[in-house]
Design a protein around this ligand. Structure first.
Ligand SMILES: O=C(O)CCC(=O)C(=O)O
Ligand SMILES: [Fe+2]
Length: 351
């Protein structure tokens, strides 16, 4: 059962508990992005790419979500990562515990994440596909991004390294798509990712005896730039629909990734796009697996609306903030229950 025992720590406030039945999300764009990979995006190709960018832009604006298919990540690569994930969570507890995360070294295994100070019904394993350069001085509370690899799990590291490389390639393509959709040069955002703080999370949601009270992940918005999410066939991801504020289920589409606009893109775009509030419902019978790839810029990035997108007509809506500080504060508050609210981009919104 994954070793979780239902208790008060998991119980959501009544207004945040999932309803017994939830409608399927209808209208999230599903985009075949294969034209992005054909060499000649010039001439005729250019119009096709512009149309894709418009679709991605529509999803980012209306939902904060879109789905991509024919995305260039080989099915075998995804299958190997998903298999490695299952094998890891099937390890005996002591072998999982051997790679446990700590507050200062946040990579590795963890079964006690909190979202907004309520415990999530899940266990995770985090890794970085690329190690960001170490800070010049390890200040108080500085995070150390060293991977912890389990012993006795042949092929685990290789499968995830292969996955990380392939998904990173996709993430840069999507960044290009988003830049185009905002009327920017395709490579406008690439520079922010030179020393990226991207991490990959393996999520395991064991069956839960009280899916009416607990959530796999409580309601939240992803703090980074973009999330490239693999989910298995079980389903449980809910997104809050903009039109009426209802929670709706994102139906699994085979061989797809869900692309999730994060807070940083919301700020860069000066609110043209909005990060989506989402959560994960659990169920009594089935375990569920997902793998978000959190595509995050360098820790020294000062996040602020892009200068091309501000002007007299649309003044900057946010004050600049340090991604490194934001990330560290959020990570630490997910590690344990605190008595203060999570840091949110709303804190940097100009009044
Ligand atoms: O499991 C999922 O589908 C989504 C997980 C998620 O939102 C997260 O880990 O931030
Ligand atoms: Fe998320």
């Amino acid at each position: 059962m994954g070793g979780l025992t239902m208790d008060q720590a998991f119980v959501q406030a009544p207004e945040h508990r999932p309803k017994a039945s939830v409608a399927e999300a209808d209208g999230i764009p599903v985009i075949d992005i294969s034209p992005l990979f054909s060499a000649a995006a010039g001439d005729g190709g250019r119009a096709g790419v512009d149309a894709l960018a418009a679709e991605g832009g529509r999803g980012s604006r209306d939902w904060g979500f879109f789905v991509v298919v024919r995305h260039g990540v080989p099915a075998d690569t995804v299958a190997r990562a998903a298999e490695a994930q299952r094998a890891f969570f099937a390890l005996p507890p002591e072998l999982r515990a051997a790679v446990a995360r700590s507050e200062a070294a946040p990579m590795g295994y963890y079964a006690s994440e909190h979202t907004k100070n309520v415990r999530d019904w899940k266990e995770v394993f985090d890794l970085v596909p690329r190690q960001p350069p170490p800070p010049t001085a390890v200040a108080d509370g500085e995070l150390v991004f060293d991977n912890k690899w389990p012993d006795d799990l042949p092929g685990f590291r290789e499968a995830l390294e292969e996955y990380g490389e392939a998904v990173e390639e996709l993430a840069f393509k999507l960044l290009e798509l988003i830049a185009r959709s905002l009327g920017l040069q395709p490579d406008r955002l690439h520079g922010f990712f030179k020393d990226q703080t991207t991490f990959i999370r393996l999520n395991h949601y064991p069956p839960c005896p009280s899916p009416d009270l607990a959530l796999g992940v409580g309601r939240h918005k992803d703090a980074g730039a973009l999330t490239v999410l693999y989910q298995d066939h079980v389903g449980g991801l809910d997104v809050r629909r903009r039109s009426d504020g209802e929670w709706v289920r994102v139906t699994p589409v085979p061989d797809s990734f869900i692309i999730n606009v994060g807070d940083i893109i919301q700020v860069w775009s000066n609110d043209r796009y909005e990060s989506a509030e989402h959560r994960v419902a659990v169920n009594v019978e089935k375990e569920r697996f997902s793998i978000p790839f959190f595509f995050n810029p360098a820790s020294y990035t000062m996040v602020e609306p892009l200068e091309e997108l501000v002007g007299e007509e649309s003044p900057a809506r946010y004050n600049p903030y340090s991604w490194g500080d934001f990330f560290r504060t959020r990570k630490n508050s997910n590690f344990k229950k605190l008595d203060v609210d999570n840091v949110q981009i709303a804190h940097f919104r100009k009044t």
